[in-house]
Design a protein around this ligand. Structure first.
Ligand SMILES: C[S@@+](CC[C@H](N)C(=O)[O-])C[C@H]1O[C@@H](n2cnc3c(N)ncnc32)[C@H](O)[C@@H]1O
Length: 421
């Protein structure tokens, strides 16, 4: 892929932040995260480090999130998102000068500054955070970086900003499970909503939605994971269960999953079985669509299972990736867990499933069957996601089409089946 050059000329040798910013944008272009020259220019212009002043310069311009507020247990309550995800969502928003934009989840204020840059001249950006400290943080740092004209409000983003609309774009940088009607109602007739939606279990997608006849069409769907809405009418709380008694292996449990802590506690000491699938993945192939398929088809969906390096080295757990694996659990009251693993085959890897507990073998076999089914029938197709506001009825479910009913809307995830080989 060819990339447009960054419009920031030779980075000043005496401005290390500008040099780091230039390198960051170049690496994002190189990997295809940035392909619109206007987005490249905005990322090269907005000083990310001014929005995360407690971080070292190298940290501010690394490819990772930068946390700006943690809870008492050390979990992040707010962060500047990964630059690649920021860039991806700016592309999804399809911004133009003069637009009025509402952002939900002000956080550091960095993305609001980018939105402002991309809608200048003549645009107007409003951003909302539920946390007064964070709203103040964003306001201060936006002013400090020269974006004092961005409006920062404190409140529940799920309500949008009824007095400020209509907006050409509404961009949520906080995860939602339902899509609050306020967001759709506050858009202009040709507006666009960009929202990271948790579809099922741990499977989330950032979806760009535009109005179609009687529904909202997902015109772009990308992998992402965001911290959920909190203190909100649309809150999406998540529990983190300790599987090993020392937090070496944990399991994320979401509101659409029925997971009792006692049915998975110390599960790795229970009887183990391994089922190999014959499904192989290349080194750079994404597991994202497979995980979404499993999250939608398994009875208790799919959970993130982070595994500390020490637990892997001790040998009791063999996760598929360095950070951990994805797992499913037995229905309430029954003991069982199954998670994905890999073994080398030539220069690729074969997927397997390791089960533990009374239901472990059955769960592993079920997961393995779904992996094979997805690989045979859906692997070459990317899923689409549309939204049908209630009380409108969604299309009927069929093979490869899943209807996810939320309080405000039906989300329709569709894999068009590939023709027989
Ligand atoms: C990933 S951060 C947003 C990143 C931000 N856009 C930036 O550029 O730094 C998510 C933010 O959503 C905020 N948030 C959580 N629940 C919210 C709610 N109900 N309404 C508005 N903001 C909320 C959090 O406080 C947090 O600051």
């Amino acid at each position: 892929m060819t990339h447009a050059p960054i419009n920031a000329t030779d980075p000043a040798a005496d401005d290390p932040a500008q040099g780091l910013r230039h390198d960051l944008v170049a690496s994002l272009q190189e990997e295809g995260w940035v392909h619109d020259p206007r987005v490249a220019e905005a990322l090269a212009a907005v000083p990310r480090h001014r929005f995360v002043p407690d971080a070292a310069l190298e940290t501010a311009y690394a490819r990772e999130t930068v946390s700006i507020k943690d809870d008492s247990a050390g979990a992040s309550l707010s962060c500047a998102s990964k630059p690649a995800i920021v860039a991806m969502m700016l592309h999804q928003a399809d911004l133009a000068p003069g637009q009025r934009v509402l952002e939900l989840g002000a956080g550091s204020g960095y993305n609001a500054a980018l939105l402002s840059h991309l809608t200048a001249p003549g645009g107007q950006v409003t951003t909302i955070d539920v946390d007064p400290d964070l709203a103040e943080h964003a306001r201060t740092h936006l002013a400090d970086a020269g974006y004092g004209h961005v409006r920062v409000l404190c409140g529940d983003g799920a309500s949008g900003h009824p007095d400020g609309g209509p907006f050409d774009r509404i961009v949520a940088t906080v995860g939602a499970f339902d899509v609050p009607p306020a967001w759709l109602d506050q858009l202009t007739p040709s507006g666009r909503l960009v929202v990271p939606v948790r579809l099922a279990g741990d499977a989330s997608r950032s979806i760009a939605l535009t109005p179609a006849e009687g529904y909202w069409r997902g015109v772009d769907v990308q992998m992402c994971t965001f911290m959920p809405l909190r203190h909100s009418s649309a809150a999406d709380p998540r529990r983190v269960l300790d599987l090993t008694g020392d937090d070496a292996v944990t399991l994320w449990a979401n509101q659409d999953q029925d997971i009792q802590p006692e049915s998975v506690r110390d599960i790795f000491t229970d009887k183990r079985t391994t089922t190999w699938t014959g499904v192989v993945f290349g080194n750079n192939e994404s597991f994202g669509d497979l995980w979404l398929w499993l999250a939608l088809t398994l009875d208790n969906s799919l959970s993130r299972m982070p595994v500390a390096g020490a637990a892997t080295e001790a040998g009791g757990v063999e996760p598929m990736l360095r950070w951990g694996s994805m797992a499913t659990t037995a229905p309430s009251g029954q003991r069982g867990l199954a998670y994905m693993t890999l073994r080398p085959t030539g220069d690729r890897h074969e997927l397997g499933v390791i089960g533990h507990g009374a239901q472990g073998a059955a769960l592993a076999e079920r997961m393995a069957r779904e992996i094979t089914h997805w690989s045979q029938h859906y692997r070459t197709r990317e899923p689409t996601v549309d939204l049908h506001p209630r009380p409108h009825l969604p299309p009927e479910p069929e093979p490869g089409r899943f209807i996810l009913t939320r309080p405000s809307a039906h989300l329709v995830v569709t894999w068009r089946q590939q023709p027989p080989l």
